[in-house]
Design a protein around this ligand. Structure first.
Ligand code: SAM
Length: 287
C-alpha cells in the first residue's frame, strides 16, 4: 500500500484523478504521518470495535482505522473521491464507504445494520464548517457509541472542552458536557495539511456518558433555555430568557434566588449542575 501522507504519492493520485480541493467542503487533507495513527490509537480503533469515520479525503485516516479495528464505515459527501478511494483502500476488505452527507445519516440505524453488536466509536478529521452540527448530530442521536475522537479547529476545541461556568464556554460546551466528558488530546499545526488552512487544529475526545448522569430531565426544555441564554450571552440570564422565550423576569428572579444565584447572573457563569437545576425549576414553575 502506498504511503498516503507522502506528498509525491498524494500529488500523483490527485493529478491522475483530476481532483481539485473544495474549500466549501472543508477539504484539508492530512500529510503529517504521525497524526492518523495517533487518532486511531487514542480513538478506540482496535479489535472488537466498529468505527464510523466522517469525511475520508483520500483515505489516509480510513486506512489507519481499518488496520486496527474490525470494520470501518466511512461517510463521505464528495463523490469525486470514490474512484480515488477504490484505488487507495483496495488492500482492505473491512471498509464500507457511504456517499452521503453525515447530517442526513441515521446513526442508530447505521450502527444496527453495520456493526453486528460490536462496540462502536467515531473517529474523524472533521470538515470544520460543520463541526458543532456534526458533534451534536452524533450526541443527540443517543446512539450506542463509546467515544468520539475528532480533529477540529483549535479555538473550537478550547470552547468545546472548556469548563461550563467559565467565559470560554458556550452552548456547545453545555451540549457536550450533557452527553459526555470532553478533553483535548493533542494539538496539530496547520502545516500538517494540504492545502494549508488558516488555523491550527486540536484532536479532542468525547467519552460518552452511558450512565446519562443528567438524563432524567426535560432535555428539550433544557436546551431551549441554554440556547436562548447563550444567544444573548452578554445580557443577564433573566433578560435573555424573557426576550427570547417570553418568560416573566419575576419568575426567573425567584428561581435564581431559590438556588442561591444573583438576579444579574449571566448564563456563562452557571455551572452544569446550576443550569440543570435552574431549567428544571423553571419548567416546573411554568406548568
Ligand atoms: N480524513 C481526511 C484526512 O484527514 O485527510 C479528510 C479530512 S477533510 C478535513 C474533511 C472531509 O470531509 C473531506 O473529504 C470532505 O469532502 C468531507 N465532508 C465535507 N462535508 C461533509 C459532510 N457533510 N458529510 C460527509 N463528509 C463531508
Amino acid at each position: 500500500m502506498n504511503n498516503l501522507t507522502d506528498m509525491n504519492v498524494l500529488r500523483d493520485i490527485l493529478q491522475r484523478h483530476g481532483f481539485n480541493f473544495s474549500k466549501g467542503l472543508g477539504q484539508n487533507f492530512l500529510i503529517n504521518p504521525s497524526v492518523c495513527p495517533r487518532i486511531a490509537e487514542m480513538g478506540n480503533a482496535k479489535k472488537g470495535y466498529g468505527i464510523i469515520e466522517i469525511g475520508t479525503g483520500i483515505g489516509t485516516l480510513t486506512a489507519e482505522l481499518a488496520k486496527r479495528a474490525d470494520k470501518v464505515v466511512a461517510i463521505e459527501i464528495d463523490n469525486r473521491l470514490l474512484p480515488i478511494l477504490d484505488e487507495t483502500l483496495q488492500d482492505f476488505d473491512n471498509i464500507k464507504i457511504i456517499n452521503k452527507d453525515i447530517l442526513e445519516v441515521d446513526i442508530v440505524k447505521l450502527i444496527d445494520e453495520e456493526f453486528d453488536g460490536k462496540r462502536v466509536a467515531v473517529c474523524a478529521n472533521l470538515p470544520y464548517y460543520i463541526t458543532s452540527p456534526v458533534i451534536m448530530h452524533l450526541l443527540e442521536s443517543r446512539a450506542d457509541i463509546d467515544s468520539i475522537t475528532v480533529m477540529i479547529q483549535k479555538e473550537a476545541a478550547q470552547r468545546l472542552c472548556a469548563e461550563v461556568g467559565t467565559r470560554q464556554s458556550g452552548a456547545i460546551t453545555v451540549g457536550v458536557n450533557y452527553y459526555g466528558y470532553a478533553k483535548i488530546l493533542f494539538n496539530v499545526s496547520r502545516g500538517s495539511f494540504i492545502p494549508v488552512p488558516n488555523v491550527d487544529s486540536s484532536v479532542i475526545k468525547i467519552d460518552i456518558d452511558k450512565d446519562k448522569r443528567y438524563g432524567k430531565i426535560d432535555e428539550e426544555f433544557f436546551f431551549k433555555v441554554v440556547k436562548a441564554g447563550f444567544s444573548q450571552r452578554r445580557k443577564t440570564l433573566a433578560n435573555s430568557l424573557s426576550a427570547m422565550l417570553g418568560i416573566s423576569k419575576e419568575i426567573i428572579y425567584e428561581i435564581l434566588s431559590d438556588i442561591g444565584l444573583n438576579q444579574a447572573v449571566r448564563v456563562e457563569s452557571l455551572t452544569m449542575d446550576e443550569l440543570v437545576l435552574f431549567s428544571e425549576k423553571l419548567k416546573n414553575s411554568l406548568n
